[in-house]
Design a protein around this ligand. Structure first.
Ligand code: RP5
Length: 185
């Protein structure tokens, strides 16, 4: 074998190993955090979406104002714990995603909860209007936002995980086929 052939074959076996380890790895890659237990009914949609794609994750209640030390500790150690994406959901004066983003350079996806008082407009504006310098990628209010936050997290993880990228394409294909088959009576 020439030098080039040896290095090509090594590269290929590393790629295969990486693809296998992608499945074996069960360390949580995504942290779903939410300000209150009352957010879980919405955020379980993010967790269920990650489950469908086999993405290991944890879901926790952490409040930026009721448990500020926990919020600071969890977010500042998230990277060393092995997390690659944070999904942060909160309602009302929703600063959880911003606080998390302040403590980590991991991508933070904010999900505004639908509030009783203002139907989630308060949560949306306080999550989306981050001043320049500390970004939060904000999704839609409520359940669509929870589901899309998970899909966005998957898209980020899929950048370095070809099998996950393939699953994402299959998911898109299934949606496309469903729409094409719709019939109105
Ligand atoms: C926020 O306050 C939570 O994220 C929740 O959406 C909202 C209301 O919390 P609870 O009063 O229901 O605990 O911190």
């Amino acid at each position: 074998m020439t030098k080039q052939q040896v290095s090509k074959s090594r590269r290929q076996s590393t790629e295969i190993r990486n693809q296998k380890s992608e499945i074996r790895n069960s360390l949580p890659l995504v942290a779903i955090v939410m300000g209150s237990q009352s957010d879980w009914d919405t955020m379980r949609n993010a967790s269920e979406t990650l489950d469908k794609f086999g993405v290991p994750h944890v879901s926790r209640v952490i409040s930026a104002h009721r448990s500020p030390r926990l919020a600071a500790d969890f977010s500042s150690t998230a990277e060393s714990q092995g997390f690659e994406v944070i999904i942060a959901a909160a309602g009302g004066a929703a600063h959880l995603a911003g606080v998390f983003a302040a403590h980590t350079t991991l991508p933070v996806l904010g999900v505004p909860m639908k509030s009783d008082a203002l139907n989630g407009m308060d949560s949306l504006l306080s999550t989306v209007q981050m001043p320049a310098g500390i970004p939060v990628g904000t999704l839609a209010i409520g359940k669509p936002g929870a589901t899309n936050a998970a899909l966005f997290a998957i898209a980020i993880l899929a950048n370095s995980r070809p099998k996950l990228r393939e699953k994402l394409w299959q998911f898109r294909k299934a949606q496309d086929e469903k729409i094409r088959a719709e019939e109105l009576s």
